[in-house]
Design a protein around this ligand. Structure first.
Ligand code: NAD
Length: 471
């Protein structure tokens, strides 16, 4: 699948402090204070996405074998949608909010003034290497921050396009791209930022949070986890199967909110597996390797890891797939049945096109299974019974939930997207993204007159009596 050779340049570590300093100067100079200034950058970012679409689509194909329609819908178009939403709401979000002043403090006016945090660092992973760099960037710019971006070296073609082309559109005093791997990110993390927005795995999340602690920098951590899909009667297994297969096999399973595994009522297991197999055949044909709509594994290391999960066994049956080709970084959509709790596939996020289907006695058992592990980033439940839906929502913890579908909660502008517990902290998208990068500064404005003596010492008994009653 990889066709083009990309000579991605790595930012020299010695240049990193100067780059951060340049972008920090942009914040100090207040170059993003007004709505016009922010909108100009957001519109330029939108232009970049429109005008560089072909380059981005090619890079995403080279990095992930991403089908063009997926490249558009989940990356380029998704980010354009996010920018359009932000631009349409920005005036309202930037307005200070009035807050009522209690009688005892009047006269006076209180308000919350949204203010940029300053200069922020966005560290992104490889699986959606456009969206996960540029959607946080849009939010940070909307809130008036200058930004250092660190795309993932694991998606080098996309990182190269971002590093080479973003500067043609965005003001270099406001946005910088640093490319590279651990040494470059480590050097960045030594610098002081006003916020760090990290998307990736929890191990590196801990590294980021530790480094941020040195400067008391707040962090948003967008992590992953084993997101379950529960299927319980009464339901329509065919629709459930189609929607689970779609959510699982888009981007070859390399999606942070992909259903990791299925927990299904025992009596529905066989029909569900049959329906998933049928759905995959309809989506990708008899040979998914030949389908233009099926992506590839990002690199050999991840390919080996996923094949290793299959080789380790711990399941009764490969109901579908299992074929792989290291040279092509291809792993077929794979469905496993009879998976033991201690199977390798059940130890950690799969992050690839392997779907274990686990039969459980009932919904109680499914909920207990979910609650026995760390809180996942997403949770899906397929049932027609609204009471059961509400039980799942109330009795489990997860970053976000879609009922009777997969992935889609993160496409709703008004729903913040983020994790809880092991799946992360903080959230973004829409207004939540603006708020992540904003300090809503409380301001109380008093007039100089009147200036009653009651507040000040000395405090004779009569004053104390009044003050105790007033407070
Ligand atoms: P990755 O390997 O690209 O790492 C992410 C970033 O961390 C990269 O920019 C990388 O350069 C940097 N990095 C790696 N090691 C580092 C170190 N030791 N010190 C400093 N920086 C370092 O991506 P990944 O972590 O493999 O991404 C996959 C994970 O991300 C999965 O767990 C997935 O669920 C999660 N994810 C979460 C979301 C979300 O929105 N919550 C989205 C996508 C992916």
């Amino acid at each position: 699948m990889p066709t083009t050779t990309h000579h991605s340049t790595t930012t020299p570590v010695g240049e990193i402090p100067g780059i951060v300093q340049r972008v920090r100067q942009g914040a100090t100079d207040g170059l993003l204070r007004t709505r016009d200034q922010r909108e100009a950058q957001l519109r330029a970012l939108r232009r970049f996405l429109v005008e560089c679409e072909d380059e981005l689509v090619t890079a995403l194909r080279d990095d992930l074998g991403k089908p063009p329609i997926e490249a558009y819908s989940t990356e380029i178009g998704f980010t354009i949608g996010e920018i359009d939403h932000i631009v349409s709401k920005l005036a309202r979000w930037m307005k200070p909010t009035r807050v009522k002043v209690p009688l005892k403090l009047r006269p006076g006016r209180a308000r919350l003034v949204p203010q940029p945090l300053g200069t922020v660092l966005v560290i992104a992973p490889w699986n959606y290497p456009v969206q996960l760099v540029l959607a946080p960037l849009a939010a940070a710019l909307a809130a008036g921050n200058t930004v250092v971006l660190k795309p993932s070296e694991v998606a080098p073609a996309t990182a190269e396009v971002l590093a080479r082309r973003l500067g043609d559109y965005l003001d270099p005093r406001l946005v910088a791209v640093v490319t590279g791997a651990v040494p470059e990110t480590t050097a960045l993390l030594e610098e002081r930022f006003d916020h760090i927005f990290y998307t990736g795995n929890g191990t590196v999340g801990r590294v980021v949070m530790r480094a941020a602690a040195e400067h008391l920098t707040p962090v948003t951590l967008e992590l992953g986890g084993k997101s379950p899909a529960i299927v319980t009667a009464p339901t329509d297994v065919e629709v459930a199967a189609r929607r689970i297969a779609w959510g699982k096999f888009v981007n070859a399973g390399q999606t942070c909110v992909a259903p990791d595994h299925v927990l299904v009522d025992r009596e529905l297991e066989a029909p569900l597996v049959g329906a998933i197999v049928a759905a995959v055949h309809r989506f990708y044909g008899d040979d998914p390797a030949a389908s233009p709509d099926y992506a590839r594994i990002v690199n050999e290391r991840h390919h080996d890891r996923l094949v290793g999960l299959l080789d380790a066994g711990g399941f009764d049956e490969v109901a579908l797939g299992g074929e792989h080709d290291r040279d092509q970084r291809y792993l077929a959509p794979t469905v496993l049945r009879g998976v033991a709790p201690d199977a390798a596939v059940m130890d950690g996020e799969i992050f690839g096109p392997i779907l274990p289907v686990i039969a459980v006695d009932d919904l109680d058992a499914a909920i207990a299974h979910v609650n026995a592990g760390p809180a996942p980033l997403a949770l899906y439940a397929f049932t027609d019974d609204e009471e059961l839906q509400e039980r799942v929502v109330a009795e489990t913890s997860a970053g976000g939930v879609t009922l009777n579908h997969t992935l889609l909660h993160l496409a709703v502008d008004g729903l913040p997207f983020g994790g809880v517990g092991e799946s992360g902290m903080g959230a973004y998208h829409g207004k939540a993204g603006f708020d992540v990068f904003t300090h809503h500064k409380p301001v109380l404005a008093k007039r100089l007159k009147p200036d009653p003596a009651l507040l000040y010492p000395p405090y004779p008994k009569w004053k104390q009596r009044i003050l105790r009653r007033a407070l």
